[in-house]
Structure formats: C-alpha cells, structure tokens
Ligand binder design. Structure first.
Ligand SMILES: NC(=O)c1ccc[n+]([C@@H]2O[C@H](COP(=O)([O-])OP(=O)(O)OC[C@H]3O[C@@H](n4cnc5c(N)ncnc54)[C@H](O)[C@@H]3O)[C@@H](O)[C@H]2O)c1
Length: 333
C-alpha cells in the first residue's frame, strides 16, 4: 500500500505502538505529524529516542508536537495547519493495574482525550480516524475466542471501561458527523520497543539478570500475545478500509493464546536461564484469559498474524540488548 498522498496525524507517536506505526506510514510515503505529551508513565527519554529515530530516517516527512490531546483547540489547529487527511489515535494512559490507582487520570486522557481528537478531526475535515481500543473490554467473558459481537458490558478495570467508552464515543461521533471511525481491539502487543511495564519486557530484563520475577496467580491465566509488526499491518489496513464501513470494530490478536506458565518457559528458553519466581496472588483488574476471534479482521482487513511468540520474544530480547536495556547475560536463542 503506497500512501504518498496521505498526511496522517498520529497521536501517541512517541510510544511503543505509535512509533512503529509512524515508521510504517513514513516508509510507505506518507507525511506524518506526531502528537505526544511524553507522559512520564515510563522514561520520556525512551520516547524522545523514538521520535529522534523517525526524524533521522525521514527528516522531510516527519514532524511532531509536544501536546496534550485533552487540551481543547491545539490539535485542531495542528490538523488544519498540516492539512491532515486522517488520524491514527493511539495516545492513552495504558495499563490495567495503574488505572485502579488513578481512574480519574485515565478517564481524562482516554475518554476526554478521544472525544477531543474525534471532534478536532471532523472539524478539520479529516476523512477518517482509526483508534486504539483493547481486548480488555471483553472483561472476564468465558466464551472463547472473543468475537466483536460478544457482550462487552462488564469491564473489570477502569482502563477497560475507558476503552469501551471510547468505542461508544467513536460510534456516536460517526453517526453525528459521518466521519469514518475504526476501533481496533489490540490483544497484548509485544516486540522491540514494548512498554517496560508489560510482562514480557519485565521478564526478559529480570530473568537475564538472574533477578526474581513476580508470578501473579497459578500461571494458568492466558493471553493472546500479538507481535508489533502484525498489529501495524492491521492498523494500516484498517486506515485504508474504514471508509467502506463508516464505523467498525476489529479484533487484532495473535491467534495463539498461551498461559503465563508457557510464557515464562518461552522467556527462559530465549534468555537461556531459568527464572527465579516469586509466587503472588491474582492482581485486581487482570482478566483470566484473552483470545481474539479473527474471522472479521481476516475477512475485512486481510489481517493474518505471522510471528510466533517465541520468534517475537527472541526479537524483543535482541532489541533490548542492542539498546542496552539488558546486558550480554544469557545465551539467547
Ligand atoms: N501495548 C498493548 O499491549 C496494548 C493493548 C491494547 C491496547 N493498547 C492501546 O494502544 C495504544 C498505544 O499503546 P502503547 O502500548 O504504545 O502505549 P505507550 O504508553 O507506549 O504509548 C502511548 C503514548 O501516548 C502518549 N500519551 C498519553 N497520554 C497523552 C495525552 N494526554 N496527550 C498526548 N499524548 C499522550 C504517551 O506519552 C505515550 O507515548 C494505547 O491507546 C493503548 O491503550 C495497547
């Protein structure tokens, strides 16, 4: 897909998924305007490095603005000045557990922030907005795999509730303005650049140093981990095709859920060292399982995840070594 005529504003451009999405858009010829407030949830220097890499590779087609999306007016001005054709909205306070500590902050950034982005986009004449939702909206549903038409009325964390609220706001906004809006339910994303608070990052770092990892629950909880390149392919396809749908929700998962015990085993094999485990109780807000039904996204987006969990973890570990997040301990695999 060539995108030479597109000028796309990406919110959360300095983050894990946002920086990969920007890179993919730029490599397809698009002009990209990044927006990010460098939220201190994790080291803002990591985020600055992400932007520096994008500017270094595409100095003529990437710019970014340090802006908070919850502030009225500014993003609309940025969109108008840049003649933006569409928006990929990834900025959010992410993470289930911290949302229990700061539900108000999550509601502001995620719910108010999403409404501001949608309002600015339609006011600035954008044709489409693709937004990040989350598998967490399925709560503790027991029917698997999770399909887009399943009930999502019982989220179990403030984070999940904000993401469900964003879906409803997106659908309402589409009905009122006609602007095309896609909501993508990402299932735990991993790979180079993964957020440092997520299990695979934490486990790779600690196991490679011989440090203890915390295992929450008995290890039978499961997640449908999704490799970052597969997510990026789904985001770009949704951007290209949402105009045919008006408003649509799509699952983007990996299609191979694994248990926490299996994940720890995969990390041990990649690092070449046995994990030292501290057994903990289940954490509030954590769901028991996730597993994406990909029928709709395969049929409508041509979405087909290709990277296995172990290959993906090995690539993430190699990246962590390259950037100095882990030393040369372990044999790798
Ligand atoms: N990583 C996952 O496994 C996963 C799973 C499901 C959904 N998601 C969603 O995908 C999106 C990207 O997640 P990520 O893992 O890349 O997280 P991330 O924290 O790396 O990126 C989010 C970015 O948004 C920015 N941001 C936060 N609040 C902002 C605000 N008010 N104004 C401007 N920028 C703001 C942050 O500084 C950060 O750079 C989020 O919407 C997240 O909820 C992620």
């Amino acid at each position: 897909m060539q995108m030479d005529s597109e000028r796309i504003l990406v919110t959360g451009s300095a983050g894990f998924i946002g920086s990969h999405v920007c890179g993919a858009l730029l490599s397809r010829g698009a002009r990209v305007v990044g927006v990010d407030n460098l939220d201190p949830f994790y080291d803002p220097d990591r985020k600055r490095l992400n932007h520096d890499a994008l500017i270094g590779a595409h100095p003529e087609r990437f710019v970014w603005h340090e802006v908070d999306i919850t502030g009225a007016g500014t993003i609309e001005t940025i969109m108008r000045d840049a003649g933006v054709t569409g928006v990929i909205h990834l900025a959010a306070k992410a993470g289930v557990r911290p949302s229990i500590e700061d539900p108000g902050g999550y509601a502001l950034a995620n719910v108010v922030g999403t409404q501001r982005v949608l309002s600015a986009a339609s006011a600035a004449g954008c044709a489409r907005v693709v937004c990040a939702s989350s598998s967490s909206v399925y709560g503790n549903n027991t029917k698997t795999p999770f399909g887009e038409e399943d009930s999502v009325e019982h989220p179990i964390s403030p984070y999940a509730a904000t993401k469900r609220a964003c879906e409803l706001i997106g659908e309402t906004h589409h009905r009122l303005t006609g602007m095309a809006v896609a909501m993508l339910r990402f299932f735990t994303v991993f790979g180079p650049g993964q957020r440092p608070d997520l299990a695979i990052s934490l486990f790779l770092e600690r196991v490679s140093r011989g440090e203890t990892i915390s295992k929450f629950g008995d290890g039978t909880t499961s997640r449908d981990y999704t490799y970052i390149d597969d997510i990026v392919a789904g985001v770009l396809s949704a951007y290209e095709r949402i105009g045919d749908h008006g408003y649509r929700i799509w699952n983007l998962g990996g299609d191979h859920p694994i248990t926490l015990n299996e994940l720890i085993g995969a990390v041990e094999r990649v690092v070449g060292r046995e994990a030292v485990i501290e057994q903990m109780g289940m954490q509030a807000g954590d769901v028991d399982r996730t597993w994406a039904d990909l029928s709709r996204s395969r049929a409508e987006l041509g979405y087909a995840p290709t990277t296995s969990i172990e290959d993906g973890i090995a690539r993430q570990f190699a990246w962590m070594r390259d950037v100095g997040l882990v030393g040369d301990q372990g044999t790798g695999a």
